[in-house]
Design a protein around this ligand. Structure first.
Ligand SMILES: Cc1ncc(COP(=O)(O)O)c(C=O)c1O
Length: 423
């Protein structure tokens, strides 16, 4: 039903991107934390998001790590993260020597469940990192209230939600710091890259130094930056603390600046496509399109549909239903992905850490029975569209075709599942 070749491939790269890259090559400056594209990106994004400070990094993960470090998370601290996210949210906590404590999510926005947050707080809890999954801001205020009441640092993982809004505010600017990913599948794709925003000068300065080997490099040094000697600034070569090399490159920053200019357009198109699709799928029995709370404007990095086949009278395990839908939708020409197939604490790393810490006093458990909602979401849902062909750039007619294909397949699901397996 979905015509081959009708999809728009992501990222969309056109003459503006070509021009931006050529501009860097002609200038001949490829890197530097004070280099013009990097500083241009930081200024433009800070202004776009309404934040005081912005730091460009080489990935969303490094931006998260710098945010935790800058906010004051230390080795041994516990940091609350959701069980349904990309591993980087928890990995950044480990990079800081801290301990991720996973909590279950709520099924509406797939964001961390505030009640679970409260219950997970212990004497070593230092920070909480809600994730705006798939571009739909999570219910942030209750989490911010808990953080304020219990003295926790609030850091937003907005990797998938660039340009989304929560109660009128740019997602990622509500907490002490917010982080974004500029990896190729994201809404501002530059290959690999990340951004950190904060209004807090101390957080910014600590993150700034840690981005470059812990050197006492100050943003003010920009005044003496010399385009004719970009590699010979007034660097003291004196590391005051442990740091990393989390700088990004001029080519990536130039691409990201170009993508930033088109971000509102893609986000609006993603929203219109998602609204159309949800209108068409909402009335199918047992189908739950993504819910959009009244106080958010999502950016729809992904479009996840939850399935309950019992409403069709089908008595089959949720994963069997999901897998049959994926297969049939792909046969119709739809792009479909599952993305995460288990709660993040179910990944080998965390199960190994869980086994290694068995019997230790005060250990944090990664037992999977703590995450029934996350488990149910990953078992019962699929994402329409994919990383290569996401919902944002697709034409309306294609989205209509997806709605037709989905409706047809869902209505015939009982028949599909009752067929004897061929071969
Ligand atoms: C929710 C979430 N957090 C963090 C990241 C990490 O970003 P990056 O891949 O740029 O390191 C991603 C990206 O994949 C993500 O989806």
């Amino acid at each position: 039903m979905v015509p081959a070749g009708a999809h728009v491939r992501w990222p969309v790269l056109g003459p503006d991107e070509r021009q931006a890259v050529l501009g860097v090559l002609e200038r001949g400056i490829l890197s530097g934390q004070l280099a013009p594209e990097v500083r241009g990106l930081e200024r433009e994004f800070a202004s776009f998001a309404g934040a005081r400070y912005c730091l460009a990094t080489n990935s969303g993960t490094s931006a998260l790590h710098l945010a935790l470090l800058g906010a004051g998370v230390r080795a041994g601290d516990e940091v609350i993260v959701p069980a349904l996210t990309f591993v980087a949210t928890a990995m950044a906590v480990l990079h800081q020597g801290a301990v991720p404590v996973f909590v279950d999510v709520e099924p509406r926005t797939f964001g961390m469940d505030p009640e679970r947050v409260e219950a997970a707080i212990g004497p070593r809890t230092r920070a909480v990192v809600p994730v705006h999954l798939h571009g739909v801001p999570c219910d942030l205020q209750p989490i911010a209230d808990i953080a304020a009441r219990r003295g926790l640092l609030l850091i937003e993982d907005s990797a998938q939600a660039i340009g989304a809004r929560y109660r009128g505010r740019f997602a990622g600017t509500v907490g002490l710091a917010g982080c974004y990913s500029l990896q190729s599948s994201k809404s501002m794709a530059c290959g690999e890259g990340g951004l950190l925003v904060t209004d807090d000068e101390a957080v910014f300065r600590r993150a700034h130094a840690a981005r470059m080997f812990g050197e006492d490099s100050r943003p003010e040094d920009e005044a003496s930056y010399d385009l004719t000697h970009p590699l010979d600034g007034n660097r003291a070569y004196d590391s005051a603390a442990v740091g990393w090399n989390y700088r990004t490159s001029e080519l990536a920053a130039a691409l990201a600046r170009t993508q930033l200019r088109r971000l509102p357009h893609w986000n609006e198109n993603a929203l219109a496509n998602a609204e159309l699709l949800s209108r068409r799928l909402r009335d199918l029995p047992g189908v739950t399109p993504p819910e959009v709370p009244a106080d958010v404007v999502p950016s729809f990095h992904k479009y996840r549909v939850q399935l309950d086949a019992t409403k069709l009278g089908v008595d089959a395990p949720p994963r069997t239903v999901r897998d049959a839908m994926v297969k049939a939708l792909r046969a119709e020409g739809c792009e479909v992905v599952l993305w995460q197939t288990r709660p993040v604490p179910g990944q080998t790393l965390f199960q190994r850490l869980d086994a290694e810490s068995a019997g230790r006093p005060g250990r944090v458990s990664y037992a999977l029975d703590q995450f029934p909602v996350t488990q149910s979401i990953v078992d019962r849902s699929l994402c329409l569209f994919s990383q290569t062909y996401p919902i944002a750039p697709q034409p309306r007619a294609l989205v209509e075709a997806y709605a037709e294909a989905f409706t047809r397949v869902w209505k015939r699901l009982p028949e599909l599942l009752s067929r004897p397996r061929a071969g």
